[in-house]
Design a protein around this ligand. Sequence first.
Ligand code: SF4
Length: 390
Amino acid sequence: MATDVFYGSPYQRTLSAEETLPAKLDTILEKLSLRDRVKDETVAIKMHLGFNIGYSVIHPVFVRKVVQAVKEGGGNPFVTDSPGSCFTAAERGYTTETLGCPIVPNQGVNEQYVYPKEKPYKNIKEWRVGGHLRDATFLVDLAHAKGHPSCAYGGIFKNIALGGMAAPTRGQMHDVMHHDQYWFPEKCPDAETRQKIIDACPFGCIVQDKEKDDGLHIHFEPCNQCKRCLEVAPDGALKIDPVNFHSFQQAMAYAVESVLETFDKEKQVFINIGTQITPVCDCFGFTGPAILPDIGIFGGDDPCAVDVACLDMMKGKELILANVPESMEAQHDAGDHPLQQLHGPYKDPYLVCKMAEDLGLGSCEYNLVNVEETDESGKSLADQQALSAT
Ligand code: SF4
């Protein structure tokens, strides 16, 4: 069933504060009736607070808007993320004073405050869900929409899938890409050929396995599936297979299921902030130029719908090639999402949403509701921008 996704575009008709994204976020919070829903609730505002000198994390002005709305509605908000990001949050402008509420390490100060949930998937035996997310009675998933090296896109799902788990589970989720065999040493017995395969990758993805003399290991994060390595590998020695890439997305869907299962459906709100869209995740600890134009803010009650709406808006944009780092290679397949052009065709950014839909977490169908004023002809600024771009 299609749900409403409320949308604020980054465009302005005039130089007035009412037409800016923070003002549109206010309207989106109104449309979501956030104030009416949070009375006496303990509201976890799950964010990715970033690391080090990254400045493309969500600006405190936006966070404060959400915190204020929760407080005005009689709720008790706290912002939460993994301990490493929380302890250094002030370096990126996040403090109790700037946000208006406490910043609490989701998994406790040393990642020991967790609730384990058994649900075996490949190398993952249990999901260690952060204790403070479990303790909350209402969830606001406040995500920065950007690229991600493991799955092309990080937004609503990535924010609570990785950030909702304790470090051991996060590590296993990244390792899951190695679970299905991709290197078959019996088909490549000599070291010289192995070295040729290593040298064939322009991104340094392939390295000697530390534990096995005849083994190769692929770093899947920088791999864009160009398949140059297959051109020099003996038949059957190496696989670049969707299964390795897709398993990360399935793990994210299961992780999100583990987080959301303690929140009633009406006690979940999802917001994507699509500004400063960087090629990789905020966990990299630095920020480069944006590789897509700002696309605006998306808010709704359905995680699948909000992420799909955001991805669809990105899909209508061109990569800003001048801002793509030289160490990456954009592949121009017109049918692919821009983030797939950057991270490779097997990293389908929509996949986690479809997997989550299969788990009953939401629906990928949505109605985009623009919160802007419309002109006499009924067109919003975003409509006009879209028309002028065609
Ligand atoms: S497919 Fe391309 S990027 Fe991936 S490991 Fe092979 S050569 Fe490297």
